[in-house]
Design a protein around this ligand. Structure first.
Ligand code: SAH
Ligand code: SF4
Ligand code: F3S
Length: 450
């Protein structure tokens, strides 16, 4: 489909510029890429500044903080652009679009359209109608019945790229809005994913990160589970490296560890395993489906079967009713597991969720204090953990070259960012690097020939 949407308005036939601002998780980052690709097919050129755009899309997130407020203030910043460019149309997509639907149009009058997380592929059609009829549009229905069939669309997949394997989430953790903004869980077919990864390999991709809210509950229509998918991708495609995120502790099983152990050359030994709390009562009220002990048993299993594994986690502090003692269980769990990376958040009540109605919500001050305490504890742990890499030789997939510093950087299989001297010829290559100096999140080293 190649059309010029502004024809009816007798305006110029040149390509229009599209700017998308992105919030939220990797899923949204990946969706933004898809939006750009779809819009490019109908003559929109991606631009890097909203000032140069004729179409602005806010790909929003509602997992924490005041999402509608954020949309309001961002759209407000574009008010003058709308005055100076009569072609400019502004839309909101992503999780806030899904959550708020038509309410957003009345709340934010400058908006022209709102679309939900299942309506991304309708974007060219929505935009065409917006320009043709100059009427506001809302499309935010879930596609619960349709199979999840897509092709990864990525204008420039580069060396490392994301591949969606599931969408939605059926877990309904009591704090989380995602099941309401992404709908019921659906998995893509195994064959489609193999084809997709093969075609990315042909475009020069060396590493894929399999994406889903809960990747290890993946189940293809032929009954294949996540571990099967991982093994098939590792053995039947030429992809060099495979990562995945996010895995849910309750669905992390022995089989997955076995597949990782059998395919160590390809499946990276980095696992993001969100715990949320170190206290079993809090975990039960969160509806996480595991106790502290069950979580720790899984960590032990992972450490036994995936040597050198690097773990990261998500933690929520100040969940309704969390006592000081229960919070201390989270601090001690941090020490016990030894996470290299921590993502921690203050609990924030979300619409539609059960926990938002729980009594005994904590004060902002209590939550802030606990968050600070948690980060301070992690700082104590993270530095010695990083130091252990000094002297080790890591395999680094080079992604970037900095002309000014003469250095390159890339990620080790443990997901550590490693900087070392080298030229642009190394981009896309996996090289051995001896670590000379370690910081909590980055490592410095020198290339070695093995
Ligand atoms: N599917 C992933 C999480 C996706 S949301 C999982 O189950 O692990 C990413 C993170 O945001 C969560 O792990 C949680 O730590 C945080 N989060 C989600 N809802 C939240 C809320 N209401 N308040 C604070 N943090 C929240
Ligand atoms: Fe949210 Fe829980 Fe689903 Fe993760 S598993 S997306 S935290 S409901
Ligand atoms: Fe945010 Fe939606 Fe992702 S709420 S975290 S963008 S799934």
């Amino acid at each position: 489909m190649q059309e010029n949407f502004t024809d009816n308005n007798n305006e110029s036939k040149e390509n229009l510029g599209v700017y998308i601002s992105t919030y939220g998780c990797q899923m949204n980052v990946n969706d933004t890429d898809r939006m750009y690709s779809l819009l490019e097919m109908v003559n929109f050129n991606p631009v890097s500044r909203p000032e140069d755009a004729d179409l602005i899309i806010i790909n929003s997130c509602s997992v924490r903080e005041k999402p509608v407020h954020k949309v309001h203030s961002e759209v407000g910043r574009y008010k003058n652009l709308k005055k100076s460019n009569s072609k400019l149309r502004i839309g909101v997509g992503g999780c806030v679009g899904q959550q708020e639907k038509k309410n957003l149009l009345s709340d934010v009058p400058l908006l022209d359209f709102v679309f939900g997380t299942d309506a991304i592929d309708e974007l060219p059609d929505i935009v065409e109608k917006i320009y043709r009829n100059d009427q506001k549009i809302v499309r935010a229905r879930f596609e619960h019945q349709k199979p999840y069939q897509i092709q990864t669309l990525n204008r420039n997949p580069g060396i490392s790229t994301f591949v969606n394997i599931t969408k939605g989430c059926d877990n309904f953790c009591t704090f989380c809005v995602v099941p309401f903004t992404r709908g019921r869980e659906r998995s893509r077919s195994l064959n489609e994913l193999v084809k997709d990864v093969n075609s990315l390999v042909q475009r020069g991709v060396k590493e894929v990160t399999l994406l889903g809210q809960n990747v290890n509950s993946y189940k293809s229509e032929c009954g294949a589970h996540f571990s099967k998918l991982l093994e098939v991708l590792a053995q039947d495609t030429d992809i060099e490296r495979i990562r995945y995120t996010t895995s849910h502790p309750k669905d992390f099983d022995q089989e997955l560890c076995d597949v990782m152990a059998r395919n160590r050359e390809k499946i990276c030994e980095y696992i993001h395993l969100p715990v949320q709390s170190g206290n079993s009562e809090v975990l039960a009220r969160m509806n996480r489906g595991y106790s502290r002990k069950e979580y720790l048993d899984k960590v032990l299993m992972i450490k036994n079967f995936v040597p050198g594994v690097s773990l990261s986690t998500d933690i929520i502090v100040g969940f309704p009713g969390e006592t000081e003692e229960q919070f201390e269980d989270t601090l001690s769990l941090l020490e016990e597991v030894e996470y290299e990376t921590l993502f921690a958040f203050k609990y924030s009540p979300r619409p539609f969720t059960k926990a938002a109605k729980f009594e005994d919500q904590l004060s902002e001050q209590q939550k802030s204090e606990r968050l600070n305490q948690l980060f301070a504890k992690h700082d104590e742990i993270a530095f010695p953990l990083a130091k252990k890499y000094e002297g080790q030789i890591l395999k680094v997939l080079v992604e970037k070259h900095n002309l000014e510093t003469g250095k390159v950087n890339g990620r080790s299989t443990q997901n550590k960012l490693v900087h070392f001297s080298g030229g642009s010829d190394l981009i896309g290559k996996t090289v051995s690097v001896e670590i000379t100096e370690a910081f909590p999140q980055t490592l410095r080293g020198k290339r070695v020939e093995l």
